[in-house]
Design a binder for this molecule. Sequence first.
Ligand SMILES: Cc1cc2nc3c(=O)[nH]c(=O)nc-3n(C[C@H](O)[C@H](O)[C@H](O)COP(=O)(O)O)c2cc1C
Ligand SMILES: [Mn+2]
Length: 431
Amino acid sequence: MAYADLRQFMARLDAAGELLTIDAPVDPDQELGAICRENLDEKGPALLFTNVTGHEGSVLTDILGTRERVAMAMEVEESELIESYSEKVRRKPITELPLVDDAVCKQVTLSGDEFNLQSLVPPIVANQQDSGAFINYGLVIVKDPETGRRNMSINRMMLKGDNRTGIWSNPPAHCGVIRKKYEALGKPMEIAVAIGADPMLYIASQVPGLNLGDDEIELASAMRGEAIEMVKCDTLDLEVPANCELVLEGIIPPGELETEGQYGEYPGYYSTIEQQPVVNFHHATHRRDPLFLFSYLGIPPTETHMLGQLAGEAGFLAKLRSDVAPTVKEVYCPPDMMTVIVCLKKTFEEQAKHIIYSLWTNRVVKTVIVVDEDINPRDAERVYWAIGTRCSPERDVIKGDGYCTTGPSREKYGSPTWQKMGIDATEPLSG
Ligand SMILES: Cc1cc2nc3c(=O)[nH]c(=O)nc-3n(C[C@H](O)[C@H](O)[C@H](O)COP(=O)(O)O)c2cc1C
Ligand SMILES: [Mn+2]
């Protein structure tokens, strides 16, 4: 049975000893983030903070921080995780999502003067040099103005006061592409942010390789085996999952950009300050005592890396097997999300290079290492050995340039584009 909502999943975590409740007062300014950091490093449980200074409700974090918890969210054994994920993301989306009138996310309505974003959102400044507090685990729901198709993604939103936030979308991601369409039309973009929902929505929101027009909520429905009930927004022509904790309704005006960031990003560095769109929120609905969901972001491991690793290992294996190398044995994605190690039974000499070029098209992937089938890709020392003994840098280290950057890095030469690297650490076939 699929989880009906976040609370059911939280109860399941609790029953499995995977939830720690922290009743002591915790400062949302860096203290909460520091606790999450340490907890992630120790592969600790999900954390429920019931006493966040300056915030009335509880804050739940790190729900998908380990493979074990992702397996619980997908209702499979940990050993079946990759196989199950691969099968579920290939399911036919459930396109008929029931619209309900009576939804728990509408238990409380805040409109007009009653609406105050600050009273709904804990002011979490996760890392020391973040430019302020961010909402960073909201399900951002928008519609393509040309096709009317819905898109759901996770995008950080910097709190700016006056019910206003920033929003950041990687330009090639759908949310960014759709916003550009509204911008070109000179039209405001309606945006709903659903906070706290069935964990499958978070997993589905991070599935790579979807097409513009693919609705992540329809996919999540297929992945959990049951349609997600939706409810109409009060003030927008958008629908949101009916059982979520909190819904924020707002508008992105065209032609308005403001400074956004800096922000501690998934590669482990701060993003730079840039001009980005803003969101003006004007309305909210929520459950009584809404849970707020937050995800610490920074150096791996984090939830973001956990989901990236899972998507990478399952997705790249399927892609490579159907694309350039049916004889790929295994794919290992270390938690950094930028490196992929492919274990291959090579059938033609150039095959490792084909794999490298094929994986570079993924925007997060930076370094691809290909090893032979006798090397366990998860054993770093064996991988180093293979590189040391089977790779001729002149021919076997290949480089690509001109890719768009996906996050801040500390490369030395300040290139505006991203370079990529491939290491063919396979033996010659004839050898
Ligand atoms: C906690 C978390 C925060 C994220 N923040 C952002 C963000 O601020 N901007 C962004 O473009 N992607 C962010 N992502 C990644 C996107 O949600 C992801 O790439 C998604 O697939 C984009 O979907 P889309 O192509 O439909 O827009 C975040 C992911 C997670 C797990
Ligand atoms: Mn999308």
